[in-house]
Design a protein around this ligand. Structure first.
Ligand code: NAI
Ligand code: MG
Length: 337
């Protein structure tokens, strides 16, 4: 039985990598029935809107989307479509796994998962100047907030993920020594939630700056990490660095009614249209999407294909090789079974 899903090819290299991913998913007979929708610059071209109504309606119907990167013009233009989608569909959990795919890098066998709170903290973006912007004595103010309910929801989600995926430890990352209320609340809820998982999942606590150092010194002490929005933004890019960069890092934005899966990298305008883009990050994101709909069997097959292609030595240019999008896609399909 087919599962309706929204496909947002995206901007820049987006259409090239989306096409590759749809081809590979076809080869494993993934049950998605795609509804393709424009957003970002492509949305402006097609509908005069970076976030067209037809896209929102599609996600409202399917509750499931695979999203290519979107170009956000710097300075004005429009608000980040990504942030707006998170708000619109209340995608409270941002899942960012980091697993070594190619050995011989700085670290071997990295395998950790980070959950970032996706709706609150300093991303609420309630910013203003006092007294006014162009006053020489202007003060810029940003107000962040965390709610007890949202802290509990994201932390519970991380613990549940640990139980379901056979992970042993959840680390609560905070800065409660300084932001005693804003992130103290998060820590407090972390301790509360952890009690329910005693004996099943171990809990520990880290202050964010120390955590950043420990991730570099000894990443193997971590398993599942859960943290607030801004800290999660920074640490999730850091863990992508542990596995060789954003080019192979997938992410998922998950809510109770919808989930949107994406590559972590951007639209790579410098190589768009050249046929060089690496589709692996978006493909890994589609693997998370398969797990989300309960098809871990198919996600495992995708992983076999990716591992096989890399083991055979195929490398795109961003990985120091010369393979194009088509060559790596063919190689992955060849190694699927
Ligand atoms: P970027 O990630 O697009 O590119 C950074 C560098 O990595 C470039 O040299 C690019 O060629 C390379 N690269 C990225 N993905 C690659 C892939 N799959 N295969 C091969 N090489 C790859 O970041 P940049 O240049 O800062 O942003 C470009 C645009 O993308 C901006 O408009 C930005 O706002 C947007 N962006 C969108 C995101 C999203 O939709 N989730 C996330 C990050 C940026
Ligand atoms: Mg970020």
């Amino acid at each position: 039985q087919k599962i309706p899903a929204t496909l947002i090819p995206g901007d820049g290299i987006g259409p090239e990598i989306s096409e590759a991913v749809v081809r590979i998913l076809g080869a494993i007979e993934a049950p998605f029935e795609w509804d393709s929708q424009a957003a970002g610059m492509a949305g402006i071209d097609a509908h005069g809107d970076p976030l067209p109504k037809s896209l929102l309606e599609s996600i409202r119907k399917t509750g499931l989307a695979l999203k290519g990167p979107l170009t956000t013009p710097v300075g004005g233009g429009f608000r980040s479509v990504n942030v707006t989608l998170r708000k619109e569909f209340e995608l409270f959990a941002n899942l960012r796994p980091a697993r070594t795919l190619i050995s011989g890098g700085r670290y071997e066998d990295i395998d950790l998962v980070l959950f970032r709170e996706n709706l609150e903290g300093y991303y609420a973006a309630m910013e203003h100047y006092l007294p006014v912007e162009n006053d020489p004595k202007a003060v810029a103010i940003s107000t962040g907030y965390n709610t007890r309910a949202e802290c509990r929801r994201i932390i519970t989600y991380a613990f549940e993920y640990a139980v379901k995926n056979n992970r042993k430890k959840v680390t609560i990352v905070h800065k409660a020594n300084i932001l005693k209320l804003l992130t103290g609340l998060f820590l407090e809820e972390g301790r509360e939630v952890a009690k329910k998982y005693e004996g099943r999942v171990e809990m520990n606590e880290r202050i964010v700056d120390a955590c950043a150092m420990q991730l570099v010194m000894d990443p193997y002490q971590f398993d599942v990490i859960v943290t607030t929005n801004l800290f999660g933004d920074i640490l999730s890019d850091q863990i992508a660095g542990l596995i060789g960069g954003l080019g192979m890092a997938p992410g998922a934005n998950i809510g109770e009614k919808a989930a949107i899966f994406e590559a972590v990298h951007g639209s790579a305008p410098d190589i768009a249209g050249k046929g060089w883009a690496n589709p692996v990050a978006l493909l890994m994101a589609s693997g998370l999407m398969l797990q989300h709909i309960g098809r871990k069997d198919l996600a495992d097959r995708l992983q076999t294909g990716i591992d096989g292609a890399f083991a055979s030595g195929v490398r795109t240019r961003d990985l120091g090789g010369s393979a194009g999008t088509k060559e790596i896609t063919d190689a992955i399909i060849h190694h699927l079974s």
